[in-house]
Design a protein around this ligand. Sequence first.
Ligand code: HAS
Ligand code: CU
Length: 555
Amino acid sequence: MVTSTAAKVKVDPRDAKLSMAHFFVAFSALALGGLMGLLQTLVRSGKWELPWGIDYYQILTVHGVLMGLVLTTFFIMGFQYAAVSRTTGGHSNAARRSGWIGFWVMLVGTLMAATMVLLKEASVLYTFYAPLKAHWIFYLGLTFVIVGSWIDGAAQIMTYARWRRNNPGKPSPLLSFMAVINTVMWIIATLGVAATVLFQLLPWSLGLVPTVNVLVSRTLFWYFGHPLVYFWLLPAYMCWYAIIPKIIGGKIFSDSLARLSFILFLLFSIPVGFHHQLTEPGIDPAWKFLQVILTFMVIIPSLMTAFSLFATFERYGRSKGATGLFGWFKVLPWGDARFIVPFIGMAAFIPAGAGGIINASNQMDQVVHNTIWVTGHFHLTAATSVVLTFFGISYWLVPHLTGRKLTKAMNKLAIIQAWVWFIGMAFMSGAMHFQGLLGGPRRSAFSTYGGSEQAAEWIPYQIAQAVGGTILFLGIILVLIIFVNLAFFAPKGEEEFPVAEAENLEEKAPMVFENWKLWLGIAAALILFAYTIPFIDIIQDAPPGSKGFQTWSKW
Ligand code: HAS
Ligand code: CU
Protein backbone atom coordinates (compact mmCIF):
# COMPACT_ATOMS: atom_id res chain seq x y z
CA MET A 1 0.00 0.00 0.00
CA VAL A 2 1.20 3.52 -0.75
CA THR A 3 1.63 4.77 2.78
CA SER A 4 2.05 8.48 2.13
CA THR A 5 -1.49 8.69 0.79
CA ALA A 6 -2.89 6.27 3.34
CA ALA A 7 -4.81 9.06 5.05
CA LYS A 8 -6.85 9.56 1.90
CA VAL A 9 -7.61 5.89 1.34
CA LYS A 10 -11.32 5.45 1.78
CA VAL A 11 -13.63 2.54 2.28
CA ASP A 12 -15.49 1.89 -1.00
CA PRO A 13 -18.91 3.61 -0.68
CA ARG A 14 -20.69 0.34 -1.53
CA ASP A 15 -18.89 -1.34 1.38
CA ALA A 16 -19.57 1.66 3.59
CA LYS A 17 -23.30 1.15 3.09
CA LEU A 18 -23.18 -2.41 4.41
CA SER A 19 -21.04 -1.43 7.39
CA MET A 20 -23.49 1.32 8.27
CA ALA A 21 -26.41 -1.12 8.01
CA HIS A 22 -24.69 -3.21 10.68
CA PHE A 23 -24.14 -0.15 12.87
CA PHE A 24 -27.80 0.89 12.74
CA VAL A 25 -28.80 -2.49 14.14
CA ALA A 26 -25.98 -2.39 16.72
CA PHE A 27 -26.87 1.06 18.05
CA SER A 28 -30.61 0.26 18.11
CA ALA A 29 -29.74 -2.75 20.25
CA LEU A 30 -27.70 -0.48 22.51
CA ALA A 31 -30.63 1.90 22.97
CA LEU A 32 -33.13 -0.77 23.94
CA GLY A 33 -30.68 -2.99 25.81
CA GLY A 34 -29.44 -0.01 27.79
CA LEU A 35 -32.95 0.88 28.91
CA MET A 36 -33.39 -2.70 30.15
CA GLY A 37 -30.12 -2.46 32.06
CA LEU A 38 -31.34 0.66 33.84
CA LEU A 39 -34.61 -1.06 34.81
CA GLN A 40 -32.70 -4.06 36.19
CA THR A 41 -30.55 -2.03 38.53
CA LEU A 42 -33.64 -0.15 39.73
CA VAL A 43 -35.49 -3.42 40.46
CA ARG A 44 -32.51 -4.90 42.26
CA SER A 45 -32.21 -1.84 44.49
CA GLY A 46 -35.52 -2.93 46.02
CA LYS A 47 -36.92 0.60 45.70
CA TRP A 48 -38.94 0.10 42.55
CA GLU A 49 -41.06 -2.53 40.79
CA LEU A 50 -41.68 -3.21 37.12
CA PRO A 51 -45.09 -2.09 35.83
CA TRP A 52 -47.60 -3.86 33.54
CA GLY A 53 -46.65 -7.40 34.44
CA ILE A 54 -43.18 -7.10 32.90
CA ASP A 55 -40.93 -9.68 34.49
CA TYR A 56 -37.35 -9.21 35.76
CA TYR A 57 -36.05 -12.30 33.94
CA GLN A 58 -37.68 -11.14 30.75
CA ILE A 59 -35.86 -7.80 30.75
CA LEU A 60 -32.66 -9.54 31.86
CA THR A 61 -32.94 -11.74 28.78
CA VAL A 62 -33.59 -8.73 26.53
CA HIS A 63 -30.60 -6.94 28.05
CA GLY A 64 -28.19 -9.88 27.76
CA VAL A 65 -29.25 -10.89 24.27
CA LEU A 66 -29.24 -7.35 22.87
CA MET A 67 -26.00 -6.18 24.49
CA GLY A 68 -24.03 -9.43 24.57
CA LEU A 69 -25.13 -10.98 21.29
CA VAL A 70 -26.76 -8.43 18.97
CA LEU A 71 -24.82 -5.20 19.61
CA THR A 72 -21.50 -7.02 19.61
CA THR A 73 -22.02 -9.29 16.60
CA PHE A 74 -23.43 -6.56 14.39
CA PHE A 75 -20.84 -3.98 15.41
CA ILE A 76 -17.95 -6.41 14.97
CA MET A 77 -19.08 -7.66 11.58
CA GLY A 78 -19.64 -4.06 10.39
CA PHE A 79 -16.25 -2.90 11.68
CA GLN A 80 -14.26 -5.86 10.38
CA TYR A 81 -15.98 -5.68 7.00
CA ALA A 82 -14.92 -2.01 6.73
CA ALA A 83 -11.38 -2.74 8.01
CA VAL A 84 -10.88 -5.47 5.39
CA SER A 85 -12.27 -3.19 2.68
CA ARG A 86 -9.99 -0.32 3.75
CA THR A 87 -6.79 -2.38 3.86
CA THR A 88 -7.29 -4.61 0.79
CA GLY A 89 -8.73 -2.06 -1.63
CA GLY A 90 -12.38 -3.12 -1.35
CA HIS A 91 -14.63 -6.17 -1.53
CA SER A 92 -15.60 -7.91 -4.76
CA ASN A 93 -19.25 -7.97 -5.82
CA ALA A 94 -19.50 -11.60 -4.74
CA ALA A 95 -18.09 -10.85 -1.29
CA ARG A 96 -20.39 -7.87 -0.90
CA ARG A 97 -23.40 -9.98 -1.85
CA SER A 98 -22.37 -12.56 0.74
CA GLY A 99 -22.10 -9.76 3.31
CA TRP A 100 -25.60 -8.49 2.57
CA ILE A 101 -27.17 -11.94 2.61
CA GLY A 102 -25.48 -12.68 5.92
CA PHE A 103 -26.64 -9.37 7.33
CA TRP A 104 -30.30 -10.02 6.45
CA VAL A 105 -30.26 -13.59 7.70
CA MET A 106 -28.83 -12.37 11.02
CA LEU A 107 -31.43 -9.62 11.24
CA VAL A 108 -34.35 -11.96 10.56
CA GLY A 109 -33.01 -14.39 13.19
CA THR A 110 -32.62 -11.56 15.69
CA LEU A 111 -36.22 -10.43 15.15
CA MET A 112 -37.53 -13.98 15.56
CA ALA A 113 -35.70 -14.45 18.86
CA ALA A 114 -36.64 -10.96 20.07
CA THR A 115 -40.33 -11.51 19.36
CA MET A 116 -40.37 -14.66 21.47
CA VAL A 117 -38.67 -12.89 24.37
CA LEU A 118 -41.18 -10.03 24.19
CA LEU A 119 -44.04 -12.54 24.21
CA LYS A 120 -42.60 -14.06 27.40
CA GLU A 121 -41.94 -17.30 25.56
CA ALA A 122 -38.19 -17.23 26.10
CA SER A 123 -37.04 -15.69 29.42
CA VAL A 124 -34.01 -17.97 29.37
CA LEU A 125 -31.26 -15.32 29.69
CA TYR A 126 -28.50 -14.86 27.13
CA THR A 127 -26.93 -18.23 28.00
CA PHE A 128 -30.26 -20.09 27.39
CA TYR A 129 -29.20 -22.93 29.69
CA ALA A 130 -31.26 -26.11 29.54
CA PRO A 131 -33.47 -27.23 31.23
CA LEU A 132 -35.00 -23.76 30.92
CA LYS A 133 -37.04 -24.20 27.78
CA ALA A 134 -37.86 -21.46 25.27
CA HIS A 135 -40.25 -21.46 22.32
CA TRP A 136 -38.79 -23.23 19.26
CA ILE A 137 -38.92 -20.00 17.26
CA PHE A 138 -36.38 -18.53 19.71
CA TYR A 139 -33.91 -21.35 18.97
CA LEU A 140 -34.60 -21.17 15.24
CA GLY A 141 -33.91 -17.43 15.39
CA LEU A 142 -30.59 -18.09 17.09
CA THR A 143 -29.73 -20.60 14.37
CA PHE A 144 -30.40 -17.91 11.76
CA VAL A 145 -28.14 -15.47 13.60
CA ILE A 146 -25.31 -18.01 13.68
CA VAL A 147 -25.66 -19.12 10.06
CA GLY A 148 -26.05 -15.48 8.97
CA SER A 149 -22.81 -14.58 10.74
CA TRP A 150 -21.00 -17.33 8.81
CA ILE A 151 -22.26 -15.99 5.47
CA ASP A 152 -21.42 -12.44 6.58
CA GLY A 153 -17.94 -13.47 7.78
CA ALA A 154 -17.32 -15.33 4.51
CA ALA A 155 -17.14 -11.92 2.80
CA GLN A 156 -14.05 -11.02 4.83
CA ILE A 157 -12.43 -14.38 4.16
CA MET A 158 -13.12 -14.17 0.40
CA THR A 159 -11.56 -10.72 0.15
CA TYR A 160 -8.55 -11.77 2.22
CA ALA A 161 -8.06 -14.83 0.00
CA ARG A 162 -8.26 -12.68 -3.14
CA TRP A 163 -5.62 -10.30 -1.74
CA ARG A 164 -3.33 -13.24 -0.98
CA ARG A 165 -3.72 -14.58 -4.52
CA ASN A 166 -2.91 -11.18 -6.01
CA ASN A 167 0.08 -10.60 -3.72
CA PRO A 168 1.95 -13.89 -3.51
CA GLY A 169 4.72 -14.09 -0.91
CA LYS A 170 3.62 -10.91 0.87
CA PRO A 171 2.22 -10.75 4.40
CA SER A 172 -1.41 -9.60 4.28
CA PRO A 173 -2.38 -6.16 5.66
CA LEU A 174 -2.38 -6.40 9.45
CA LEU A 175 -6.00 -5.33 10.01
CA SER A 176 -7.29 -7.80 7.41
CA PHE A 177 -5.22 -10.59 8.92
CA MET A 178 -6.61 -9.82 12.37
CA ALA A 179 -10.22 -9.61 11.13
CA VAL A 180 -9.89 -12.99 9.43
CA ILE A 181 -8.37 -14.61 12.54
CA ASN A 182 -11.34 -13.38 14.56
CA THR A 183 -13.85 -14.59 11.97
CA VAL A 184 -12.22 -18.02 11.74
CA MET A 185 -12.18 -18.30 15.54
CA TRP A 186 -15.87 -17.35 15.56
CA ILE A 187 -16.75 -20.00 12.96
CA ILE A 188 -14.96 -22.77 14.90
CA ALA A 189 -16.57 -21.63 18.16
CA THR A 190 -20.11 -21.32 16.85
CA LEU A 191 -20.01 -24.94 15.67
CA GLY A 192 -20.52 -25.84 19.36
CA VAL A 193 -23.52 -23.64 19.98
CA ALA A 194 -25.00 -24.56 16.59
CA ALA A 195 -24.72 -28.23 17.59
CA THR A 196 -26.59 -27.83 20.87
CA VAL A 197 -29.26 -25.58 19.34
CA LEU A 198 -29.88 -27.74 16.26
CA PHE A 199 -29.51 -31.25 17.66
CA GLN A 200 -30.69 -30.79 21.24
CA LEU A 201 -32.69 -27.65 22.03
CA LEU A 202 -34.68 -27.29 18.83
CA PRO A 203 -35.99 -30.91 18.66
CA TRP A 204 -36.69 -30.78 22.41
CA SER A 205 -38.68 -27.56 22.27
CA LEU A 206 -40.58 -28.82 19.22
CA GLY A 207 -41.61 -31.82 21.35
CA LEU A 208 -39.84 -34.32 19.08
CA VAL A 209 -37.81 -35.60 22.03
CA PRO A 210 -39.06 -35.53 25.65
CA THR A 211 -35.82 -34.75 27.47
CA VAL A 212 -32.47 -33.01 27.07
CA ASN A 213 -28.99 -33.91 28.30
CA VAL A 214 -28.29 -30.78 30.33
CA LEU A 215 -24.55 -31.25 30.79
CA VAL A 216 -23.92 -31.94 27.10
CA SER A 217 -25.79 -28.80 26.19
CA ARG A 218 -23.99 -26.61 28.74
CA THR A 219 -20.63 -28.03 27.68
CA LEU A 220 -21.35 -27.27 24.03
CA PHE A 221 -22.49 -23.79 25.06
CA TRP A 222 -19.23 -23.02 26.92
CA TYR A 223 -17.14 -24.50 24.12
CA PHE A 224 -18.61 -21.47 22.32
CA GLY A 225 -19.07 -19.12 25.29
CA HIS A 226 -15.43 -18.45 26.08
CA PRO A 227 -14.22 -17.79 22.52
CA LEU A 228 -17.34 -15.62 22.29
CA VAL A 229 -15.80 -13.18 24.76
CA TYR A 230 -12.58 -13.06 22.73
CA PHE A 231 -14.64 -12.52 19.60
CA TRP A 232 -15.72 -9.32 21.37
CA LEU A 233 -12.22 -8.48 22.57
CA LEU A 234 -10.19 -8.97 19.38
CA PRO A 235 -11.78 -6.08 17.42
CA ALA A 236 -10.85 -3.86 20.38
CA TYR A 237 -7.30 -5.24 20.15
CA MET A 238 -7.34 -4.47 16.40
CA CYS A 239 -7.95 -0.85 17.34
CA TRP A 240 -5.35 -0.83 20.14
CA TYR A 241 -2.62 -2.47 18.05
CA ALA A 242 -3.17 -1.08 14.58
CA ILE A 243 -5.20 2.15 14.85
CA ILE A 244 -4.36 3.91 18.13
CA PRO A 245 -0.63 4.26 17.23
CA LYS A 246 -1.63 6.21 14.11
CA ILE A 247 -4.04 8.44 16.06
CA ILE A 248 -1.35 9.44 18.56
CA GLY A 249 1.21 9.95 15.79
CA GLY A 250 3.34 6.92 16.72
CA LYS A 251 4.08 3.50 15.26
CA ILE A 252 3.06 -0.11 15.87
CA PHE A 253 5.67 -1.52 18.23
CA SER A 254 5.92 -4.78 16.29
CA ASP A 255 3.72 -6.05 13.49
CA SER A 256 4.94 -9.62 14.05
CA LEU A 257 4.19 -9.53 17.77
CA ALA A 258 0.64 -8.38 17.02
CA ARG A 259 0.12 -11.25 14.57
CA LEU A 260 1.59 -13.81 16.96
CA SER A 261 -0.73 -12.69 19.74
CA PHE A 262 -3.76 -13.11 17.46
CA ILE A 263 -2.61 -16.59 16.48
CA LEU A 264 -2.28 -17.50 20.17
CA PHE A 265 -5.89 -16.38 20.62
CA LEU A 266 -6.96 -18.63 17.76
CA LEU A 267 -5.15 -21.59 19.34
CA PHE A 268 -6.06 -21.14 23.01
CA SER A 269 -9.47 -19.42 23.05
CA ILE A 270 -11.52 -22.53 22.49
CA PRO A 271 -10.22 -25.47 24.57
CA VAL A 272 -10.95 -23.63 27.84
CA GLY A 273 -14.75 -23.68 28.27
CA PHE A 274 -14.58 -25.72 31.50
CA HIS A 275 -13.43 -22.63 33.41
CA HIS A 276 -17.12 -21.65 33.30
CA GLN A 277 -18.06 -25.08 34.62
CA LEU A 278 -15.62 -25.47 37.50
CA THR A 279 -18.43 -26.11 39.98
CA GLU A 280 -20.34 -28.35 37.58
CA PRO A 281 -20.74 -31.96 38.73
CA GLY A 282 -20.18 -34.64 36.12
CA ILE A 283 -16.89 -33.37 34.66
CA ASP A 284 -13.71 -35.09 35.79
CA PRO A 285 -11.55 -32.64 37.84
CA ALA A 286 -8.44 -33.70 35.91
CA TRP A 287 -9.93 -32.31 32.72
CA LYS A 288 -11.03 -29.16 34.48
CA PHE A 289 -7.43 -28.79 35.66
CA LEU A 290 -6.14 -29.19 32.12
CA GLN A 291 -8.50 -26.54 30.77
CA VAL A 292 -7.53 -24.17 33.58
CA ILE A 293 -3.90 -24.53 32.46
CA LEU A 294 -4.97 -23.73 28.90
CA THR A 295 -6.90 -20.72 30.26
CA PHE A 296 -3.69 -19.43 31.78
CA MET A 297 -2.06 -19.90 28.35
CA VAL A 298 -4.64 -17.59 26.76
CA ILE A 299 -3.72 -14.84 29.24
CA ILE A 300 -0.28 -14.63 27.58
CA PRO A 301 -1.41 -12.87 24.37
CA SER A 302 -3.18 -10.26 26.52
CA LEU A 303 0.00 -9.67 28.51
CA MET A 304 1.85 -9.37 25.18
CA THR A 305 -0.74 -6.79 24.14
CA ALA A 306 -0.27 -4.79 27.33
CA PHE A 307 3.52 -4.89 26.82
CA SER A 308 3.28 -3.77 23.24
CA LEU A 309 0.90 -0.90 24.03
CA PHE A 310 3.12 0.41 26.80
CA ALA A 311 6.05 0.15 24.37
CA THR A 312 4.17 2.11 21.70
CA PHE A 313 3.27 4.87 24.18
CA GLU A 314 6.72 4.97 25.71
CA ARG A 315 8.56 5.16 22.37
CA TYR A 316 6.20 7.80 21.07
CA GLY A 317 6.71 9.77 24.30
CA ARG A 318 10.51 9.56 23.99
CA SER A 319 10.28 10.81 20.40
CA LYS A 320 8.48 13.87 21.76
CA GLY A 321 11.20 14.47 24.32
CA ALA A 322 9.42 12.92 27.31
CA THR A 323 11.75 11.69 30.07
CA GLY A 324 11.46 9.63 33.25
CA LEU A 325 9.36 6.54 33.90
CA PHE A 326 5.98 8.10 33.15
CA GLY A 327 6.94 11.17 31.11
CA TRP A 328 5.23 9.65 28.03
CA PHE A 329 1.89 9.85 29.82
CA LYS A 330 1.83 13.67 29.60
CA VAL A 331 2.41 13.94 25.85
CA LEU A 332 -0.45 11.66 24.77
CA PRO A 333 -3.25 13.50 22.88
CA TRP A 334 -5.71 13.82 25.76
CA GLY A 335 -8.03 16.13 23.84
CA ASP A 336 -8.69 13.62 21.05
CA ALA A 337 -11.77 11.44 21.62
CA ARG A 338 -10.50 8.88 19.11
CA PHE A 339 -7.63 8.25 21.53
CA ILE A 340 -8.94 8.84 25.03
CA VAL A 341 -12.19 6.89 24.73
CA PRO A 342 -10.42 3.59 23.88
CA PHE A 343 -7.63 4.49 26.31
CA ILE A 344 -10.08 4.53 29.23
CA GLY A 345 -11.12 1.09 27.98
CA MET A 346 -7.49 -0.08 28.08
CA ALA A 347 -6.96 1.25 31.58
CA ALA A 348 -10.12 -0.56 32.73
CA PHE A 349 -8.79 -3.77 31.22
CA ILE A 350 -6.01 -3.96 33.81
CA PRO A 351 -8.36 -4.61 36.80
CA ALA A 352 -10.82 -6.38 34.48
CA GLY A 353 -8.18 -8.89 33.35
CA ALA A 354 -6.97 -9.36 36.92
CA GLY A 355 -10.55 -10.30 37.85
CA GLY A 356 -10.55 -12.84 35.02
CA ILE A 357 -7.41 -14.45 36.39
CA ILE A 358 -9.12 -14.73 39.77
CA ASN A 359 -12.13 -16.44 38.15
CA ALA A 360 -9.88 -18.83 36.29
CA SER A 361 -8.21 -19.97 39.52
CA ASN A 362 -10.26 -22.95 40.67
CA GLN A 363 -10.16 -22.27 44.41
CA MET A 364 -11.04 -18.59 44.08
CA ASP A 365 -13.78 -19.34 41.59
CA GLN A 366 -15.50 -21.35 44.33
CA VAL A 367 -15.93 -18.05 46.19
CA VAL A 368 -17.21 -15.96 43.31
CA HIS A 369 -19.01 -18.39 41.00
CA ASN A 370 -22.67 -17.55 40.46
CA THR A 371 -22.28 -14.39 42.51
CA ILE A 372 -22.74 -10.91 41.11
CA TRP A 373 -18.92 -10.59 41.13
CA VAL A 374 -19.01 -12.35 37.77
CA THR A 375 -21.50 -9.78 36.48
CA GLY A 376 -19.09 -7.11 37.71
CA HIS A 377 -16.26 -8.86 35.84
CA PHE A 378 -17.98 -8.82 32.49
CA HIS A 379 -19.19 -5.27 32.87
CA LEU A 380 -15.55 -4.23 33.15
CA THR A 381 -14.27 -6.43 30.32
CA ALA A 382 -17.11 -6.39 27.80
CA ALA A 383 -19.11 -3.35 28.86
CA THR A 384 -16.14 -1.06 29.53
CA SER A 385 -12.91 -2.09 27.78
CA VAL A 386 -14.60 -3.48 24.68
CA VAL A 387 -17.58 -1.18 24.40
CA LEU A 388 -15.67 2.05 25.04
CA THR A 389 -13.26 0.98 22.31
CA PHE A 390 -16.23 0.33 19.98
CA PHE A 391 -17.56 3.81 20.79
CA GLY A 392 -14.10 5.26 20.12
CA ILE A 393 -13.99 3.47 16.77
CA SER A 394 -17.43 4.68 15.72
CA TYR A 395 -16.47 8.31 16.43
CA TRP A 396 -14.21 8.29 13.35
CA LEU A 397 -15.57 5.32 11.41
CA VAL A 398 -19.20 6.47 11.19
CA PRO A 399 -18.26 9.91 9.75
CA HIS A 400 -15.70 8.23 7.50
CA LEU A 401 -18.44 6.00 6.10
CA THR A 402 -21.08 8.71 5.81
CA GLY A 403 -18.73 11.39 4.41
CA ARG A 404 -19.00 13.68 7.42
CA LYS A 405 -16.73 15.21 10.09
CA LEU A 406 -16.38 14.67 13.80
CA THR A 407 -16.77 18.29 14.91
CA LYS A 408 -15.03 19.87 17.90
CA ALA A 409 -18.31 19.93 19.79
CA MET A 410 -18.98 16.25 19.17
CA ASN A 411 -15.38 15.40 20.05
CA LYS A 412 -15.89 17.13 23.38
CA LEU A 413 -19.22 15.42 24.00
CA ALA A 414 -17.56 12.07 23.21
CA ILE A 415 -14.90 12.69 25.86
CA ILE A 416 -17.59 13.64 28.39
CA GLN A 417 -19.49 10.49 27.40
CA ALA A 418 -16.47 8.30 28.15
CA TRP A 419 -15.94 9.84 31.57
CA VAL A 420 -19.65 9.48 32.38
CA TRP A 421 -19.35 5.83 31.41
CA PHE A 422 -16.24 5.38 33.51
CA ILE A 423 -17.84 6.92 36.60
CA GLY A 424 -21.12 5.01 36.18
CA MET A 425 -19.24 1.77 35.71
CA ALA A 426 -16.92 2.41 38.66
CA PHE A 427 -20.03 2.59 40.86
CA MET A 428 -21.91 -0.27 39.27
CA SER A 429 -19.17 -2.77 38.55
CA GLY A 430 -17.28 -1.87 41.74
CA ALA A 431 -20.37 -2.50 43.87
CA MET A 432 -21.04 -5.75 42.00
CA HIS A 433 -17.54 -7.02 42.79
CA PHE A 434 -17.89 -6.19 46.51
CA GLN A 435 -21.40 -7.59 46.80
CA GLY A 436 -20.25 -10.76 45.07
CA LEU A 437 -17.50 -11.25 47.63
CA LEU A 438 -20.20 -11.03 50.30
CA GLY A 439 -22.09 -13.81 48.53
CA GLY A 440 -24.71 -11.76 46.66
CA PRO A 441 -26.15 -13.94 43.88
CA ARG A 442 -26.26 -13.10 40.18
CA ARG A 443 -29.23 -13.74 37.85
CA SER A 444 -31.62 -12.83 40.63
CA ALA A 445 -34.25 -10.15 41.13
CA PHE A 446 -34.16 -8.14 44.37
CA SER A 447 -32.97 -10.75 46.85
CA THR A 448 -33.77 -10.30 50.55
CA TYR A 449 -34.16 -14.02 51.15
CA GLY A 450 -37.03 -13.59 53.56
CA GLY A 451 -35.33 -10.73 55.40
CA SER A 452 -32.17 -12.67 56.27
CA GLU A 453 -29.36 -10.76 57.96
CA GLN A 454 -26.78 -11.68 55.36
CA ALA A 455 -28.95 -10.49 52.49
CA ALA A 456 -29.42 -7.15 54.29
CA GLU A 457 -25.65 -6.58 53.90
CA TRP A 458 -26.08 -6.58 50.12
CA ILE A 459 -28.65 -3.83 49.87
CA PRO A 460 -26.32 -0.79 50.05
CA TYR A 461 -24.32 -2.29 47.18
CA GLN A 462 -27.50 -2.81 45.18
CA ILE A 463 -28.38 0.83 45.69
CA ALA A 464 -24.89 1.81 44.49
CA GLN A 465 -25.53 -0.31 41.40
CA ALA A 466 -28.76 1.59 40.72
CA VAL A 467 -26.86 4.88 41.00
CA GLY A 468 -24.19 3.56 38.62
CA GLY A 469 -26.82 2.17 36.26
CA THR A 470 -28.56 5.52 36.10
CA ILE A 471 -25.30 7.32 35.29
CA LEU A 472 -24.57 4.68 32.62
CA PHE A 473 -27.97 5.22 31.06
CA LEU A 474 -27.11 8.89 30.73
CA GLY A 475 -23.92 7.71 28.99
CA ILE A 476 -26.02 5.69 26.54
CA ILE A 477 -28.16 8.71 25.72
CA LEU A 478 -24.99 10.72 25.01
CA VAL A 479 -23.51 8.06 22.75
CA LEU A 480 -26.78 7.80 20.81
CA ILE A 481 -26.84 11.57 20.31
CA ILE A 482 -23.29 11.43 18.92
CA PHE A 483 -24.06 8.42 16.71
CA VAL A 484 -27.17 10.03 15.19
CA ASN A 485 -25.25 13.27 14.67
CA LEU A 486 -22.38 11.50 12.90
CA ALA A 487 -24.71 9.38 10.78
CA PHE A 488 -27.12 12.13 9.66
CA PHE A 489 -26.36 15.67 10.77
CA ALA A 490 -22.62 16.36 11.10
CA PRO A 491 -21.15 18.68 8.44
CA LYS A 492 -20.03 17.01 5.22
CA GLY A 493 -16.30 16.39 4.98
CA GLU A 494 -13.58 13.78 5.15
CA GLU A 495 -12.74 11.88 8.31
CA GLU A 496 -9.66 9.66 8.20
CA PHE A 497 -9.73 5.88 8.71
CA PRO A 498 -6.46 5.72 10.65
CA VAL A 499 -4.18 2.75 9.95
CA ALA A 500 -0.77 2.71 11.64
CA GLU A 501 2.54 1.55 10.24
CA ALA A 502 4.99 -0.71 11.99
CA GLU A 503 8.05 0.88 13.54
CA ASN A 504 10.42 -1.29 11.56
CA LEU A 505 9.17 -1.49 7.99
CA GLU A 506 12.12 -3.64 6.84
CA GLU A 507 11.11 -6.40 9.25
CA LYS A 508 8.67 -8.40 7.14
CA ALA A 509 6.21 -10.51 9.17
CA PRO A 510 7.19 -14.19 8.80
CA MET A 511 5.00 -15.92 6.23
CA VAL A 512 4.44 -18.82 8.60
CA PHE A 513 1.78 -16.63 10.26
CA GLU A 514 -0.38 -17.05 7.16
CA ASN A 515 -0.01 -20.82 7.16
CA TRP A 516 -3.63 -21.63 7.93
CA LYS A 517 -3.20 -25.39 7.63
CA LEU A 518 -0.67 -25.26 10.43
CA TRP A 519 -2.66 -23.05 12.83
CA LEU A 520 -6.02 -24.68 12.15
CA GLY A 521 -4.35 -28.07 12.60
CA ILE A 522 -2.92 -27.11 16.00
CA ALA A 523 -6.21 -25.49 17.04
CA ALA A 524 -8.12 -28.67 16.11
CA ALA A 525 -5.59 -30.86 17.94
CA LEU A 526 -5.88 -28.76 21.13
CA ILE A 527 -9.68 -28.83 20.97
CA LEU A 528 -9.75 -32.60 20.49
CA PHE A 529 -7.23 -33.07 23.28
CA ALA A 530 -9.16 -30.92 25.76
CA TYR A 531 -12.65 -32.13 24.94
CA THR A 532 -12.76 -35.67 23.47
CA ILE A 533 -12.36 -37.83 26.59
CA PRO A 534 -14.40 -35.64 28.97
CA PHE A 535 -17.12 -35.46 26.33
CA ILE A 536 -17.25 -39.23 25.96
CA ASP A 537 -17.46 -39.49 29.78
CA ILE A 538 -20.27 -36.93 29.91
CA ILE A 539 -22.31 -38.87 27.36
CA GLN A 540 -21.55 -42.36 28.66
CA ASP A 541 -22.18 -41.58 32.31
CA ALA A 542 -25.15 -39.33 31.65
CA PRO A 543 -27.95 -39.13 34.20
CA PRO A 544 -31.53 -39.34 32.85
CA GLY A 545 -32.33 -36.36 30.63
CA SER A 546 -34.42 -33.48 31.89
CA LYS A 547 -37.82 -32.30 30.80
CA GLY A 548 -38.17 -28.59 30.09
CA PHE A 549 -38.96 -25.94 32.68
CA GLN A 550 -40.53 -22.51 32.31
CA THR A 551 -39.91 -20.90 35.66
CA TRP A 552 -40.82 -17.38 34.67
CA SER A 553 -44.22 -15.70 34.86
CA LYS A 554 -46.35 -15.56 31.72
CA TRP A 555 -48.42 -12.63 30.53
FE1 HAS B 1 -14.05 -13.51 31.63
C1 HAS B 1 -16.71 -15.12 33.14
C2 HAS B 1 -11.88 -15.73 33.04
C3 HAS B 1 -11.39 -12.00 29.99
C4 HAS B 1 -16.27 -11.81 29.65
N1 HAS B 1 -16.10 -13.45 31.44
C5 HAS B 1 -17.01 -14.19 32.16
C6 HAS B 1 -18.35 -13.88 31.71
C7 HAS B 1 -18.22 -12.97 30.69
C8 HAS B 1 -16.80 -12.71 30.54
C9 HAS B 1 -19.33 -12.37 29.85
O1 HAS B 1 -12.04 -18.46 34.42
C10 HAS B 1 -19.64 -14.43 32.31
C11 HAS B 1 -20.25 -15.53 31.54
C12 HAS B 1 -21.54 -15.97 32.19
O2 HAS B 1 -22.58 -15.38 31.90
O3 HAS B 1 -21.50 -16.85 33.04
N2 HAS B 1 -12.02 -13.78 31.59
C13 HAS B 1 -11.33 -14.74 32.24
C14 HAS B 1 -9.90 -14.61 31.95
C15 HAS B 1 -9.77 -13.55 31.11
C16 HAS B 1 -11.10 -13.04 30.86
C17 HAS B 1 -8.81 -15.48 32.48
N3 HAS B 1 -13.86 -12.16 30.13
C18 HAS B 1 -12.69 -11.68 29.59
C19 HAS B 1 -12.99 -10.76 28.52
C20 HAS B 1 -14.37 -10.72 28.43
C21 HAS B 1 -14.90 -11.59 29.44
C22 HAS B 1 -11.95 -10.04 27.71
C23 HAS B 1 -15.25 -9.95 27.51
C24 HAS B 1 -14.86 -9.14 26.58
N4 HAS B 1 -14.25 -15.08 32.89
C25 HAS B 1 -13.24 -15.89 33.30
C26 HAS B 1 -13.81 -17.01 34.09
C27 HAS B 1 -15.19 -16.83 34.12
C28 HAS B 1 -15.44 -15.62 33.35
C29 HAS B 1 -13.10 -18.11 34.74
C30 HAS B 1 -16.24 -17.73 34.80
C31 HAS B 1 -16.51 -17.27 36.18
C32 HAS B 1 -17.63 -18.04 36.80
O4 HAS B 1 -17.43 -18.54 37.92
O5 HAS B 1 -18.74 -18.12 36.25
C33 HAS B 1 -8.46 -13.05 30.50
O6 HAS B 1 -8.55 -13.09 29.11
C34 HAS B 1 -8.04 -11.69 30.96
C35 HAS B 1 -6.64 -11.33 30.48
C36 HAS B 1 -6.39 -9.84 30.57
C37 HAS B 1 -5.28 -9.27 31.03
C38 HAS B 1 -5.18 -7.76 31.06
C39 HAS B 1 -4.19 -7.19 30.04
C40 HAS B 1 -4.28 -5.70 30.01
C41 HAS B 1 -4.25 -4.91 28.89
C42 HAS B 1 -4.44 -3.41 29.04
C43 HAS B 1 -3.15 -2.62 29.01
C44 HAS B 1 -3.45 -1.21 29.31
C45 HAS B 1 -2.73 -0.13 28.88
C46 HAS B 1 -3.20 1.23 29.27
C47 HAS B 1 -1.52 -0.25 28.05
C48 HAS B 1 -4.13 -10.04 31.54
C49 HAS B 1 -4.07 -5.46 27.53
C50 HAS B 1 -2.30 1.82 30.35
C51 HAS B 1 -3.06 2.80 31.13
C52 HAS B 1 -2.75 3.26 32.37
C53 HAS B 1 -3.60 4.31 32.99
C54 HAS B 1 -1.63 2.75 33.18
CU1 CU C 1 -14.30 -17.66 29.82
